[in-house]
Structures are given as structure tokens and as C-alpha cells.
Design a protein around this ligand. Structure first.
Ligand SMILES: *Cc1c(COP(=O)(O)O)cnc(C)c1O
Length: 357
């Protein structure tokens, strides 16, 4: 007899992207940043005295909260540091969603949302996106019974960007919480002037997720944070969060990463440039992609050879990309932007595979 709760017994766990620990692998499948963290992060790490680890870390990570608040033009009370962005998703569900409540997400989207909703045991509604990745007209109707809506913006896996005006419109149309997952916000073209922080100041039902995993090259550190009205942040910070949810090393390195603003901006600009170059190269090979505001592109693979076969042929050449066996995605591959050399190797390999076909 299983001792698991019935909803845990019947669910599948989250499947992380493949991590081949082979030095020769070109890894373009989990949207990690191709460049190292800022030198200031390395210096902060080197400056940590192991003796400091004898004590518990600052419980609320107030120094980080102040750095993040300043960067985003909000107050310390609007910030909660978390053990990766993923912890914030779990905290929002734990704090605000009853098992009888409904959570609305777009489909396709980040595959962790349904997993966390199943753990919480709540009612999950997945509303299909339009073919152009915009929200369908029935999305607002679905929100009317929702306690929580989680939207990733820029969208994953397409890279499509929804405007702040559209997000405001959604937040205003229902009584629940709109959670905007901005895991890829750093890679948005600055000319678009995307800034969701006015929503935090205007509305008390919006929570924004940020992570240092992508834009700051720190996926291994496990650090993210939430931004929201004090009335939303405070219960998570003071009641539902694990005590000491972020450790001393992570707090110090996270502060250093956010403060190295020039390094970060140059990194994002490089990724954006490579994104345009790679998209053009793949389009020339017949693999067209959606305009992306993220550090990945989603390209369509012609039937011959098809996305799955191309994924496998690339894997045989030690190049990992992401194939999703899901409705609407089976003819596509999601490719993380790598270094110029990695992107060139990918394009060359695809050209070779297509010509051999
Ligand atoms: C990477 C990612 C996150 C957060 O990842 P962490 O590594 O836990 O910070 C959240 N949402 C999406 C869509 C992501 O891709």
C-alpha cells in the first residue's frame, strides 16, 4: 500500500532537461547563459571566509532585498528572495491557493506549473494559446473563476512577448493573483521599453518572478526573487517561506551579480545579437523561428527530417537541443542561444544532417 497522498501517487514528476556531463557536449537545451557570471561574483565567492558559515545567514536577506529594490525602483517590502525562481512558484501556491481553487495557465508553457499545481492538489485549467502565441479570446473568461493565473513573459517556449498593457488588462479583469514569470526578461530588446514595475505600484494582485539563473549566468546558485505588493510579499516572507531559504553564499553572490550592472547588460546584448544571427542562419536552412525576446528560439523543422529526428541526429553529434512531445510543438525545436562558436557548430551540423537526408 502506498503512503503517498492520492494526488502525489497519481502524478508524474518534473522532467528536467538532459544534463550530459561530457566535456565535448554543446548544450543548447536548458536555456543556461553561455557566458560566465560577472568577475565580481567570483571575487565575492573568494572573499567568503568559511568561518562565516558557522552562523545562520541573514534570515530575510535584507541586503539583497535592498539591492533588488533599488534595481527595480520599488521598496524592500516589495521583494522576497527565494531559492531559485521555482521556490517562488511553490510559495505562491502554498500561500494563496486552496485545493478547491482554480489555477489558470496558458498551454504550452513552463512544464513545472502543472507539476506544482498537482502537488498542491488544486484544479488546473490550461488554456491553449493562439497559433501566433497570443492569448486566446477565451483566456479572460477562464480567469473569472481563477484564484491564480501564471503567465510566463516573454513566453516559453516561443519567446513571444505580451505587452504590459495587456497584462494590466488581465490583472484588472479578475479577483485572483496574476503571477508574471519573467525568467527571461533580461533578454528583451531594450528598445521595446518593457517594464512591468508600474503594475506592482498600481495593483495589489500582481507578483513578478525573477531569477538569476538565466540573465546572470547563475543557474547553479539557485537564486531568484519575487516582486509584489507588500500585502502579497509579507505572508510569504514571514509565514510560508522555509526559515533560511537562501544561504549565506548565495545571498552574497546574488548581491554581487545584480550590482555588476554593466557586465550584465553587455552579456544580454551579446545574447541578443547572437539570437538574431542564429535565427537568420537557421531560416536560411529552412528552419524558421518565431521572433524571440528570450535567450532561445523556437524553430519549425520541415517534415523531412522532422523535429524529433533532427533532435536525435544532433544528439548523436553531441549537440543537445530541446524537443517537446506535446501538442503544437512536435514540429519544432527549442534552441538556447550559445556562444558564437556553439551556434556556428549547430548551424553547420544542421546543414550537414539536412543535406545527407
Ligand atoms: C528558468 C525558469 C524559471 C526559474 O528557474 P530557477 O532556476 O528556479 O530560478 C522560472 N520559469 C521559467 C519559465 C523558467 O524558464
Amino acid at each position: 500500500m502506498s503512503l503517498q497522498r492520492p494526488n502525489i501517487e497519481s502524478m508524474q514528476g518534473y522532467t528536467p532537461g538532459e544534463q550530459l556531463n561530457d566535456a565535448g557536449v554543446i548544450k543548447l537545451n536548458t536555456n543556461e547563459n553561455p557566458y560566465p557570471p560577472a568577475p565580481q561574483v567570483g571575487a565575492a565567492l573568494a572573499a567568503i571566509d568559511p568561518a562565516a558559515l558557522r552562523r545562520y545567514p541573514p534570515p530575510l536577506a535584507d541586503e539583497f532585498r535592498d539591492v533588488a529594490a533599488r534595481l527595480n525602483g520599488v521598496d524592500r517590502d516589495n521583494i522576497i528572495p527565494t531559492n531559485g525562481g521555482d521556490e517562488l512558484l511553490r510559495l505562491v501556491l502554498t500561500t494563496f491557493v486552496e485545493p478547491s481553487d482554480t489555477v489558470v495557465v496558458a498551454q504550452p508553457s513552463y512544464s513545472l506549473y502543472p507539476v506544482l499545481a498537482e502537488v498542491a492538489g488544486c484544479n488546473l485549467v490550461q488554456v491553449p494559446l493562439q497559433a501566433d502565441w497570443n492569448l486566446a479570446s477565451d483566456f479572460k473568461a477562464a480567469l473569472q473563476t481563477a484564484k491564480l493565473c501564471i503567465l510566463v513573459n516573454p513566453h516559453a517556449p516561443s519567446g513571444h512577448l505580451t505587452s504590459v498593457d495587456s497584462l494590466r488588462d488581465l490583472a484588472l479583469c479578475f479577483d485572483g493573483i496574476l503571477m508574471i514569470d519573467e525568467a527571461y526578461v533580461d533578454f528583451i530588446d531594450p528598445e521595446l521599453n518593457y517594464d512591468s514595475m508600474p503594475l506592482i505600484r498600481e495593483l495589489d494582485n500582481v507578483v513578478v518572478l525573477r531569477t538569476l539563473s538565466k540573465g546572470y549566468s547563475l543557474a547553479g546558485l539557485r537564486f531568484g526573487y519575487g516582486i509584489g505588493a507588500k500585502s502579497l510579499i509579507e505572508p510569504m516572507l514571514l509565514k510560508t517561506r522555509d526559515s533560511y531559504n537562501t544561504d549565506l553564499i548565495a545571498q552574497r553572490l546574488a548581491c554581487a551579480a545584480l550590482q555588476a550592472e554593466d557586465y550584465a547588460r553587455a552579456n544580454w546584448a551579446r545574447v541578443r545579437e547572437s539570437r538574431a544571427t542564429l535565427a537568420a542562419r537557421l531560416a536560411a536552412l529552412g528552419l524558421k523561428s518565431e521572433p524571440s525576446q528570450s535567450n532561445f528560439i523556437l524553430c519549425r523543422v520541415p517534415d523531412n527530417p522532422g523535429a524529433k529526428a533532427l533532435y536525435e541526429a544532433l544528439k548523436a553529434r553531441k549537440i543537445l537541443v530541446r524537443y517537446f512531445d506535446q501538442p503544437g510543438l512536435r514540429d519544432r525545436l527549442r534552441i538556447s542561444i550559445g556562444t558564437e562558436e556553439e551556434n556556428a557548430a549547430l548551424a553547420t551540423a544542421i546543414a550537414t544532417i539536412l543535406s545527407a537526408d
